[in-house]
Design a protein around this ligand. Structure first.
Ligand SMILES: Nc1nc2c(c(=O)[nH]1)N[C@H]1C(S)=C(S)[C@@H](COP(=O)(O)O)O[C@H]1N2
Ligand SMILES: [Mo]
Length: 330
C-alpha cells in the first residue's frame, strides 16, 4: 500500500471571502482536503488502469499520460463541506487553472461497452474516516458527464500537482463539487451502476427535503455545484460613510454558470441587479454593483446568484446559503 504522510485527515483552511481578490487563486492559498492523509506516490511506479465495461483495458504510465493531447482549463474548485455536516456553508472555494488530458478521449480509446453508465474512480489513499475502514477513496460520476471537459490533470496553475493536490495525477470534474475530483488517481472502472463504497453511499448523499423542510426519504448524490456567491468587498466590519457610493463586488458560480446576481443592502428586503460577467470556461464570474448607504448604523449586505433554469440561493439551511457581510455606516 502507498505510504501516507500524514496518515490522518489533512486540510488547509480556505481564504476568507474578503481575501479572494485574485481571479486565479495562488496554489499556496488553494483549499486542501484530504480525508485519509497524503499518499506519497512514486511517479516512476505510478500507473493508471482503465477497466470494467470496456473492450480494451488500458494501463498508462505517467509518461504515456503526458504524451496524450494536452488541455488546460480554468475552473472553480469547491469543497461541499464536511460530509458529516452537509447543510453547513463552509465557502471552501478556489478558482484555479488545471493542465492535463481529456478523459473522454481516453475512454473512447478503451471502446466502452454500450451498457456502461458510470465511471468509478479510485485514489491511492486508505485508512479510517468517520469510524469506517476504507481501502481506497472511491467516487463515481455519470459516463455522459465526461464530455463536459473532465480532465485527468497533472498540473495546477502551470506546475506539477503538489503531493497534497493529488500528485502525480487526479481527476478534475468541472462543475461538480471537489469531492468528485479524485486525487492520487490509480484506477477508472466503467460500470452499469453506481459505486457502493462509503464515499458514494453513506457520505456525499444529500437528504432531499420538501417545502416545509421535512426529509422526503429520497437522497441525491453530491455532484453538481448549486448556485453560490461570495462578497469580496466590502469586508466584514468595514466602516462606510453615509451617502457615499461603494462598490460591492464578489464572485458567483454554479455548474453551468450563473446568469444573474443581485445584492441587498437591507438584509434581503430589496435587491439590486449586480450583473455577472460572462463565464469563461468553468471559472467563477465577477459581479459588481454600487451601493449608497442612506442610514447610519449596522447593515447587512447580502448577495445571491441565479442560474438559467431559475435556481437561486436559499437564505439559510443549505451549503449554498446566502453570504452575509455586516458593515457599519457612519
Ligand atoms: N483520493 C482522494 N481524492 C480526494 C479527496 C480525498 O480525500 N482522497 N478529497 C476530496 C475532497 S472532499 C475535495 S474538496 C477535493 C479537494 O481537492 P484539493 O485538496 O486539491 O483542493 O479533493 C477530493 N478528492
Ligand atoms: Mo471536500
Amino acid at each position: 500500500m502507498t505510504p501516507l504522510d500524514p496518515s490522518s485527515p489533512f486540510r488547509r483552511h480556505p481564504l476568507q471571502p474578503h481575501q479572494l481578490v485574485d481571479r486565479v487563486t495562488r496554489t499556496e492559498d488553494a483549499i486542501v482536503l484530504c480525508h485519509l492523509g497524503v499518499p506519497r506516490m512514486d511517479p516512476d511506479a505510478w500507473t493508471l488502469t482503465i477497466d470494467g465495461l470496456v473492450r480494451q483495458q488500458m494501463h498508462l504510465t505517467l509518461g504515456e499520460l503526458m504524451r496524450r493531447p494536452r488541455a488546460t482549463l480554468t475552473s472553480v474548485h469547491q469543497c461541499c463541506g464536511s460530509p458529516l455536516e452537509p447543510e453547513q456553508p463552509t465557502r471552501r472555494i478556489t478558482n484555479v487553472v488545471w493542465g492535463g488530458t481529456r478523459l473522454s478521449a481516453l475512454i473512447a480509446d478503451c471502446e466502452p461497452n454500450p451498457t456502461a453508465r458510470f465511471v468509478w474512480s479510485s485514489g491511492a489513499d486508505h485508512g479510517v474516516f468517520g469510524g469506517v475502514e476504507c481501502d481506497a477513496y472511491v467516487k463515481d460520476l455519470p459516463l455522459d458527464r465526461i464530455a463536459a471537459d473532465v480532465l485527468i490533470a497533472y498540473e495546477m496553475n502551470g506546475a506539477p500537482l503538489r503531493p497534497e493536490h493529488g500528485f502525480p495525477a487526479r481527476l478534475v470534474v468541472p462543475g461538480y463539487y471537489g469531492t468528485n475530483s479524485v486525487k492520487w488517481l490509480t484506477r477508472l472502472t466503467l460500470a452499469d451502476r453506481r459505486a457502493n463504497g462509503p464515499f458514494t453511499t453513506r457520505w456525499y448523499s444529500d437528504v432531499l427535503r420538501d417545502a416545509s423542510g421535512r426529509p422526503t426519504g429520497a437522497t441525491s448524490p453530491v455532484w453538481s455545484i448549486a448556485p453560490e456567491s461570495v462578497i469580496v468587498a466590502p469586508a466584514a466590519d468595514q466602516v462606510l460613510a453615509r451617502g457615499e457610493e461603494v462598490e460591492v463586488w464578489g464572485w458567483a458560480w454554479a455548474d453551468g454558470g450563473v446568469t444573474a446576481a443581485e445584492i441587498s443592502g437591507d438584509g434581503g428586503t430589496s435587491w439590486t441587479c449586480a450583473s455577472p460577467e460572462p463565464r469563461v470556461e468553468h471559472a467563477w464570474q465577477r459581479f459588481a454593483a454600487t451601493w449608497r448607504p442612506q442610514q447610519r448604523g449596522s447593515h447587512e449586505l447580502w448577495a445571491r446568484a441565479h442560474t438559467t433554469d431559475g435556481r437561486c440561493q436559499p437564505d439559510t439551511g443549505a451549503r449554498n446559503a446566502i453570504h452575509r457581510v455586516a458593515v457599519v455606516v457612519t
